[in-house]
Design a binder for this molecule. Structure first.
Ligand code: FAD
Length: 445
């Protein structure tokens, strides 16, 4: 595309073989070849891109590390991919203000490490935290195992720097948890999937690093016994910092074909529970937990040191990658139901006869329901299976996405099942923020 040739402060990629990697993310979707990929190095590039997008009538598709699972960063017709991997900036921690500022390009692992180096904690921990970029986690409002205690990315954002349709960068929010001069517009951009502009950086809230962790492997003979446990724990005053689970089918796959550490996993089904509050490693705390678990505690294993703890988490974190390697055409969803309705959800799934296996964040009701045979399923049937699944979650007071977002993959379902008033409000916001429709067109709405 000739217009992009003189773009300042940018690397521009035109060659079709070099564009190939940008047609995919970690979803099952494939994008269309973009007009080009631009890696901006400074604001002049973005300013000019916005001007050209408006005059030449093309879309701008933001991309972080491309680990998204909803097709959100995939190019749509007549679009330019804007890859933020070379966006400049440093990670700066302020222990006095208990906050950290970082550019969108910062790898999430470096953001978390910078906080940790000062004895501080940035909790959001998508299982892709070693490979995703901060900008992507902000745009998708990423969650992870820790969300069941610490909430999602949006709960940790104090301010966000955004490039708007005027071509300029604006900051929404301040470096303090207290800011009430009008509605918190910064939150509009968190989870916006690039619909309203580009996130170029953010200021994040930190807390002191937890110093104690009790990590438990809880194998069960009847996996349904796990379903009431998240609610029972919370009802009894225990708030796990993570509560993950594998159903019998996923556990069997891991045990039969997974890495060495996975082959020793016990139980018919298995939960990983972690508690990180002060005193959680004390005998009294553990005794209380054992009392609550009762006969379920038979077979319980406790990580005795940090190495064992990391081994347990390594198995959990590789589950998605492992399943994808074994079933490359699988479809992985991330529905949510309230903790109190988990049992009803699984009963409903049984009634639907949905050929799904499930693992994920049981502690907050966010379940990765995987259709492993999706690649061999007739498309109309697959669509019906997915719509039935989403409808089940929504009818139980849940939602069709707990963390991956809508992107391209769930757009049709979102429009079909979403509250019409909310969709209308979202469209009105989009029109107000992006009247020319240049930012991530064809996604979400
Ligand atoms: C193995 C694996 C495990 C995962 N586990 C989790 C998990 O536990 N929890 C979870 O939430 N997700 C998880 N994910 C999904 C994914 O990693 C997250 O959604 C992550 O936040 C995406 O970050 P990214 O940098 O790769 O973004 P991308 O995939 O590049 O983009 C994601 C979306 O954000 C938009 N975007 C990216 N950068 C910007 C920007 N600067 N400005 C505006 N919009 C932008 C894109 O247009 C797209 O819509 C997992 C993925 C994998 C592969």
């Amino acid at each position: 595309m000739d217009e992009l040739k003189g773009l300042p402060e940018a690397t521009v990629i035109h060659d079709s073989s070099d564009l190939e990697p940008f047609l995919r993310d970690e979803s099952h979707m494939v994008g269309l070849p973009p007009l080009a990929v631009v890696k901006p190095h400074g604001p002049a590039a973005l300013r000019e891109l916005v001007r050209l997008a408006k005059t030449e009538g093309f879309g701008l598709v933001p991309r972080g590390a491309g680990t998204g699972k909803a097709g959100g960063c995939l190019p749509t017709p007549r679009s330019v991919v804007v890859d933020f991997s070379q966006w400049p900036g440093d990670i700066r921690v302020s222990p006095q203000d208990l906050c950290l500022s970082a550019p969108a390009s910062a790898p999430l692992r470096e953001v978390k490490a910078a906080a940790q180096a000062q004895g501080l904690f940035y909790p959001p921990d998508p299982n892709s935290w070693e490979s995703c970029a901060l900008g992507g986690t902000l745009a998708t409002n990423a969650g992870g195992p820790n969300a069941c205690k610490y909430g999602m990315t949006r709960h940790w954002v104090l301010a966000v720097d955004v490039l708007l349709e005027d071509g300029e960068i604006h900051t929404f929010g301040i470096s303090s948890v207290k800011a009430n001069a009008g509605p918190a517009l910064s939150q509009l951009f968190i989870g916006s999937e690039g619909l309203f502009g580009f996130i170029v950086g953010a200021t994040l809230r930190l807390i002191p690093q937890p110093r104690e962790h009790t990590t438990l492997l809880l194998p069960v003979k009847r996996w349904e016994d796990l379903l009431d446990l998240p609610g029972r724990l919370c009802g009894d005053g225990y708030l796990p910092s993570a509560f993950e689970f594998f159903d019998p089918a996923v556990l069997a796959e891991l045990r039969a074909h997974g890495p060495e550490t996975a082959r020793r996993l016990p139980g018919e089904a298995l939960a990983i529970l972690e508690f990180d509050e002060r005193g959680s490693t004390s005998e009294a705390y553990l005794e209380g937990l054992l009392d609550l678990l009762g006969p379920m505690a038979e077979g319980l294993e406790i990580a005795s040191d940090e190495r064992q703890r990391q081994n347990i988490w390594a198995v959990r974190r590789m589950t998605s990658v492992f399943l994808k390697e074994r079933h490359p055409k699988k479809v992985s969803e991330d529905i949510v139901v309230p903790r109190s309705r988990l049992r009803e959800f699984f009963e409903g799934l049984d009634r639907l006869g949905c050929p799904a296996v499930t693992y994920g964040h049981l502690g907050d009701g966010n379940l990765h329901v995987n259709l492993l045979a999706a690649g061999d399923t007739e498309p109309a049937l697959l669509e019906r299976q997915l719509m039935d699944l989403f409808r089940l979650a929504v009818n139980l007071g849940g939602t069709l996405s707990g963390e991956h977002g809508i992107g391209l993959a769930k757009r049709e379902a979102f429009l079909a099942l979403g509250d019409p008033a909310q969709i209308q409000a979202l469209r009105a916001l989009k029109q107000a923020m992006d009247p020319c429709g240049i930012f991530n067109p064809g996604k979400v709405i």
